[in-house]
Design a protein around this ligand. Structure first.
Ligand code: A2P
Length: 341
């Protein structure tokens, strides 16, 4: 007997990718329910190549008969509906930041801290990390296990799909407007994103960092190791899908390029593509639609005792969101959730 699975935010950029990922990975579901706002109810979304699902209104859904719900409808919706769903006995895997730092909610990247899924029971909620954090900890984990990562400096180059389908529309519309000399309209980003980069993602905090930068720090500590120091600069770039990161690490043990490459190559979900030649590295555009976290441009940092620099790229809608959420659901059913036959 399979599971009854709901996707909340099924019309959104991540929600659609969740449906695609569930279908691609043959998730053992007897029924998939597509939920969104009342505005979308009655419409349709694709599930896999052949099936089409009718969209239902989240506000009217009874979660007591749903086993697992993948939420990607933003923090406000999660805060209102995830606890209700959890109390009704449904396990929620939430992609928003609403519960990530809640001590009663595990924050999980299955390859890195899959055991933490077992702690879902207090609230029946499991949090999916921020997209930039997910790909970062995938690359850091094997390096940390072998060399002991002390400090991380990371600059991100984040695509507009991280801001949802409205962010993607804004890049498209502004790009078109530049070419046809129309006025530039902006609602999703603080400055023009077409032909530009914006060093500002999420709100400013008292110390001058943005919340996105804070998330990368605290989420890395929660998932990987509370003693790792992380400092981030997050930048939005005019790319539709795929986040890139320039990562500078300092380690406790001496680190060299070959040793780092070997442990990264052996880590599930990471692919090293690193040839010191034209095209010998991966770009965000090439990562779109792929599951892996790609690491390129691995080199020793000569300015510190034990240091390494690398470039890390992944599809933010996949490993950074939908794929990771589905992998959490897979870990949950394989190891922790027993369905009566
Ligand atoms: P809808 O299309 O009905 O507004 P994205 O992150 O790509 O912008 O997508 C956000 C997702 O969250 C969409 O599926 C959107 O549905 C959904 N959503 C937004 N607000 C609500 C709400 N109040 N109730 C249910 N779903 C919501």
């Amino acid at each position: 007997m399979g599971y009854k699975v709901a996707v909340v935010g099924a019309t959104g950029a991540v929600g659609r990718e969740m449906l695609t990922t569930l279908a691609e990975r043959n998730f053992p579901a007897d029924e998939i329910i597509a939920l969104a706002s009342a505005r979308s109810a009655g419409g349709q979304v694709s599930y896999g190549e052949k099936d089409v699902l009718t969209i239902h209104d989240l506000a009217k859904h009874d979660f007591s008969t749903t086993d697992i719900a993948l939420f990607s409808a933003g923090g406000d919706v999660a805060k209102e509906y995830a606890p209700k769903a959890g109390k009704a006995g449904c396990v929620v895997i939430d992609n928003s930041s609403a519960f990530r730092m809640d001590p009663d909610v595990p924050l999980v990247v299955p390859e890195v801290n899959g055991d933490a899924v077992g702690k879902y029971g207090k609230k029946n909620i499991i949090a999916n990390p921020n997209c930039s954090t997910a790909q970062l900890v995938m690359a850091l984990k094997p390096l940390h296990d072998t060399f002991g990562v002390k400090r991380v400096v990371v600059s991100t180059y984040q695509s507009v799909s991280g801001a949802g389908k409205d962010g993607m529309d804004e890049l498209f519309n502004q790009t078109r407007a530049v070419y046809v000399n129309d006025p530039i309209e902006k609602t999703q980003f603080t400055k023009q994103i077409a032909f530009n980069v914006i060093p500002h993602i999420d709100v400013f905090m008292d110390d001058g960092f943005t919340k996105e930068e804070w998330k990368m720090r605290v989420e890395t500590c929660k998932i990987l190791d509370p003693d790792i120091e992380v400092v981030a600069q997050c930048v939005r770039v005019p790319v539709f899908v795929g986040h890139a990161e320039a990562v500078f690490i300092e380690t406790k043990k001496p680190i060299d390029e070959q040793g780092a490459t070997d442990v990264l190559r052996n880590f599930p979900g990471v692919i090293v593509i690193d040839h010191r030649a034209d095209e010998g590295y991966v770009t965000p555009q090439e990562s779109a639609g792929e599951d892996a976290v790609y690491v390129s441009r691995i080199r020793r940092d000569p300015t510190v005792k034990n240091g390494l620099v690398f470039w890390c790229v992944s599809d933010n809608l996949r490993k950074g969101a939908a794929l990771n959420a589905v992998q959490i659901a897979e870990t949950l059913i394989e190891r922790f959730l027993k369905k009566a036959a």
